[in-house]
Design a binder for this molecule. Structure first.
Ligand code: ZN
Length: 373
């Protein structure tokens, strides 16, 4: 998974005389049914090779080959976006399978090109999940539907692990005091860990799971600036599997995002009615995409439409017009008009919000956008 730490490491690479090939490709199987991204890659590569000098071209020969064979081999693993960074001379190879589309780009430079990755970290909310019980805690990060374990907090010497009256032989009340002391100590460690973690990874939302008692006590110990970021809690065993934790957390995240989304869609519809930098309905969205004005695109998850595309300038429309009204180019039919619209939005740096269910948006045409100007 993409992390700040990894981005920082990539950003720190410069001045070692190596050349890096960074490739970003929209590989969405819907808009690339025949593996069209390989053609896009080859076309971009051709353009790039024409611009760089012979010596640089020689240096990246291995990288190009490696990327080419990688693209041919990975068909089944593809999500929507793909990022590859290769520098054979410095032994660097990174691949990022991304759940959101990216702008098609190939950059050959003395440093890795990481701006698209930074944008994804900045624009798509990440969540911390903290799982806690009386003597240990685990910290996870969730981003774009993926979970990764980040760290463990274990505070040793909590006597709960020993049998009462065993060799530990403390009197019962001393034993309880001892336990309470260590649990408090442990929860303090956990609070510290989450406090350190949030700013380091720029995380604004937390979900807390674990034993009921530990969750309650931890919440009470956290400073307000941290506890106000908690969007939900759940009960789970400390040794739960990642898949389980992800599922429980996703329920909470989806409910939270759904609420936020509904408020945004209300704003979208109100502003579109007032012609205040917002539009609703497919044709208006397509028109504004053509003009590069879309800032954030909303569309219903199950919404799809077919239409027409200009083979020359890429103009998209749901109406049958021949030839293209802008450049007189030929128009071709396209089955995945909405996916092409999403890709176009990404290319102009817009955010994409895929809405799972919203009656108001459906009524308004299933698609809409906030505009830049
Ligand atoms: Zn055209």
């Amino acid at each position: 998974m993409l992390s700040r730490k990894e981005i920082k490491e990539l950003a720190a690479i410069h001045g070692d005389g190596n050349i890096f090939v960074s490739l970003y490709l929209n590989v969405n199987p819907l808009t690339n049914p025949k593996g069209d991204y390989i053609i896009h890659f080859k076309n971009m590569l051709k353009g790039t090779l024409e611009k760089i000098d012979k010596e640089t071209a020689k240096k990246i020969k291995d990288d190009i080959e490696k990327i080419g064979s990688y693209l041919n081999a990975i068909k089944r693993e593809l999500k929507k976006g793909l990022g590859l960074i290769s520098s054979s001379h410095s032994g660097l190879w990174k691949d990022y399978h991304l759940a959101i589309p990216v702008k098609n780009e190939i950059i050959v430079d003395k440093t890795p090109y990481i701006k698209p990755l930074i944008d994804i970290l900045d624009n798509y909310q990440r969540y911390a999940v903290l799982l806690v019980d009386k003597e240990s805690a685990r910290l996870f990060l969730i981003h774009l539907g993926e979970i990764e374990e980040y760290t463990e907090v274990f505070t040793p010497d909590v006597p709960g692990r020993h049998k009462k009256g065993g060799w530990f032989s403390l009197s019962e009340s001393r034993y309880e005091r001892h336990t309470a002391f260590h649990v408090a100590l442990h929860l303090k460690d956990v609070a510290k860990a989450i406090e350190d973690f949030l700013p380091k990874e720029y995380i604004g939302r937390i979900i807390v799971g674990g034993s009921e008692d530990a969750v309650l006590r931890l919440k009470a110990m956290l400073p307000h600036t941290i506890s106000e970021k908690i969007i939900g809690t759940f009960h789970a065993e400390i040794f739960s599997g990642e898949k389980d934790i992800l599922e429980r957390s996703m329920e909470i995240m989806e409910a939270f995002e759904h609420k936020k989304e509904q408020a945004e869609i209300e704003e979208l519809i109100t502003r579109a009615m007032k012609n205040n930098q917002a539009v609703i309905g497919l044709e208006d969205v397509l028109l504004n995409l053509r003009e590069g004005r879309v800032m954030k695109l909303f569309l219903l998850k199950d919404y799809s439409a077919s239409g027409f595309r200009c083979v020359n300038c890429g103009y998209l429309t749901s109406f049958m017009v021949i030839p293209c009204p802008y450049c007189k180019g030929d128009m071709e039919t396209v089955n995945y008009l909405t996916d092409l619209a999403v890709q176009k939005a990404v290319e102009q740096g817009a955010l994409i919000e895929v809405v799972s269910d919203n009656a108001r948006l459906k009524e308004a045409g299933s698609i809409g956008a906030f505009l830049r100007f």
